[in-house]
Design a protein around this ligand. Structure first.
Ligand code: G3P
Ligand code: CA
Length: 263
């Protein structure tokens, strides 16, 4: 097939700010989300896990080691304990060119705080992390979504099909995306996998580096939305848009918005 034949431009291309505008501010913090919204992102992407006392908090890793000044597993801290850690200074040390005083001594936000702060101002792409050690996380997440009346402003994604299926059975109104990681180039999704996905999800989020235009076209022809991750360089953003993706996850939402404008 010729490239021209497989390209299907998307009607609307979404910008998904991966862990907020995490190229410029400490990931998964209120300032990273504020900055992404200032940059006119469509979605803020955030990762959730449960504390020891079962409160959904916004953090990517299973431990607090990389993104705070403390050490230990998220699941071993109560909310009171985890709320004391500094979740911003690491960024200033690691990225001096983007360091700002206001990042010092930031907190790990709870999901509730994020919903409270941004409400319906933005849409949320929420990743359920490690559902095996965060049991019942789907029901707790749904409770917060309903508390803030955000069903129409939330999408959920996960590497865990089981977790997405559990969420789907709790609240089928929320669109779900299956995240997949390919080790080798993949140019086609099998029909049986498409059919399986469609029983609970509306789309697929593959790692950008291992897909191509044919993959995107085939997924879209099968009726799936395609949101590759994590696309940070302009050259790849250009490619993704030309291939017709429905959006990308990026640490630099301003850069991707420029690319959309110029394509
Ligand atoms: O954007 C997809 C992505 O969120 C999955 O990977 O590790 O950044 O959560 P990760
Ligand atoms: Ca994520």
């Amino acid at each position: 097939i010729k490239v021209k034949e497989i390209i299907m431009p998307a009607d609307k291309v979404y910008t998904i700010a991966h862990r907020g505008a995490s190229g410029y501010a400490p990931e998964n913090t209120i300032p990273a989300f504020e900055l992404a919204i200032d940059m006119k992102t469509d979605y803020i992407e955030l990762d959730i896990q449960l504390t020891k006392d079962h409160v959904p908090v916004v953090i990517h890793d299973g431990t607090v080691n990389r993104t705070t000044n403390a050490k230990g597993y998220v699941k071993d801290f109560t909310l009171e304990q985890i709320s004391k850690f500094d979740a911003g200074s690491w960024f200033n040390e690691q990225y001096p060119m983007f360091a700002r005083d206001k990042y010092v001594d930031l907190r790990i936000p709870t999901l509730k705080e994020v919903f409270e702060r941004f409400g319906k101002e933005v849409d949320y792409m929420i990743e359920i992390k490690d559902p095996t050690s965060n049991s019942n996380i789907e029901a707790l997440l749904n409770e917060e979504i309903l508390n803030y009346d955000l069903s129409a402003h939330v999408a959920i994604h996960s590497f865990s099909e089981a977790s997405l299926r559990r969420f789907h059975s709790i609240n089928p109104a929320v669109p779900l995306y299956q995240i997949v990681w390919y080790d080798f180039p993949v140019y086609k999704i099998s029909e049986s996998y498409v059919n399986r996905l469609k029983t609970y999800a509306v789309g697929i989020s593959p790692n950008f580096q291992k897909i191509n235009a044919a993959y995107v076209a085939q997924a879209k022809n099968s009726g799936l939305k395609v949101f590759p991750y994590t696309v940070n360089y302009q050259v790849n953003m250009d490619k993704a848009v030309i291939w017709g993706v429905d959006g990308v996850h990026t640490n630099f939402p301003d850069r991707f918005n420029e690319v959309i404008k110029n394509n």
